[in-house]
Design a protein around this ligand. Sequence first.
Ligand code: 3AM
Length: 177
Amino acid sequence: QGIDSMRLFLALVPPPALRRRLGELAERAQARCGGRRMPDDSLHLTLAFLGEQPEPRATAIGDWLARFSILPGSWRLDAWGRFHRPGIVWVGGAEGEAALRDLQRQLWDGLEAMGITGRPDRFAPHITLLRQARRPLGPDLPRIAMTWDYTRVELIQSVVTQQGSHYRPLARTAPPE
Ligand code: 3AM
């Protein structure tokens, strides 16, 4: 990671009350599955991973995002899931997913118009709670019933350190019209 390049992604960040509840779920999940918990203040839904971008481009993306406002939406969180390879344990839900897919598509349309590549073939909205989890999900995990009302997308820098990565918000979309 060069001094003049930044690792960036676009994400929704849960409001503090939801973040705390997700943090409690992460704690329960870790007791069941092991692995490493995402810090509460890093919990997010990734909409677009942009990778390393030169600093002037990061500024341009931030300016673009600030001129953009999104259709607010509600995502119903009611499901546990895992991706096997990297031991990811996540939460998500089908209700409200279509709007997130539309939002992801719209964001990538704008990013591609700026010359950014890397649009994924598939998009599975999820909030990562654990990484490197070794044990399977089980019936003793708590039932999830939460609603995430979101109104804005953030541009976030992932600063990679020896202690792991931490996230720094750089810009956000304009308030909904
Ligand atoms: O929201 P999650 O945790 O799934 O996994 C990384 C994280 O997503 C993902 O971007 C988010 C912020 O780091 N990410 C990291 N490297 C990636 C890559 N090369 C990546 N996604 C796709 N390709």
